[in-house]
Design a protein around this ligand. Sequence first.
Ligand code: HEM
Length: 185
Amino acid sequence: MHSPELSLRSRLWRIRLDRPSNRIVIGVALLAYLLISWMILKANGNPPIHLHFDASQLVDASIAIKVHVAGALSAFVIGTMLMLGVKGRGLHKTLGYSWVGAMMVTALSSFFVVGLNGNHFSWIHGISAWTVIGLPMGITAARRKNIASHRKQMTGMFVGAMLVAGLFTFLPGRMMWSIFFTNGA
Ligand code: HEM
């Protein structure tokens, strides 16, 4: 629960300080992301990178990828609102169930998306499996009024699944990266 007088800045600060394990997950994921990106770019001869916007890959993508991205972006927006501590029990419940629905759509649709590991599932599908199992557990904890466990599970899911899987979609060469960056001279 956040007191009404908490500013947006202090709420964000509280989220960052909330649980050390979440900060470690974010830190390790960021380091891994930077290292892997550096290795990919080095293997490709360190091409110059430019910002651009070209969503044609997404427009031409399969239905599964479109559903996946729509679910993921919705889950990101709703999840951020929940993490900022929206007020009102009813609103929290509505947003919470919407977030669970969006996360389920994101995770389930990802089982119809392959490519990183050829035609096989990749390690990111492990995050999807964890999400499918973890979401009902987080809801059960809330229904049993075990708020500490509910908060821990849902925050862990937002950080460990949403932020980490979302970050890795921006690895050089992947679709989200190609929408915003180009190797062109
Ligand atoms: C903002 C968040 C996210 C965005 C924008 C996003 C976007 C995408 C896109 C465009 C793809 C297909 C193209 C590619 O692999 O480059 C993809 C694949 C995938 N995503 Fe996401 N995603 C997000 C979050 C998530 C989350 C939360 C999960 C898991 C719960 C997830 C799991 C996967 C999996 C398993 C794949 C297939 C990887 C493979 O090819 O083996 N994504 N994502």
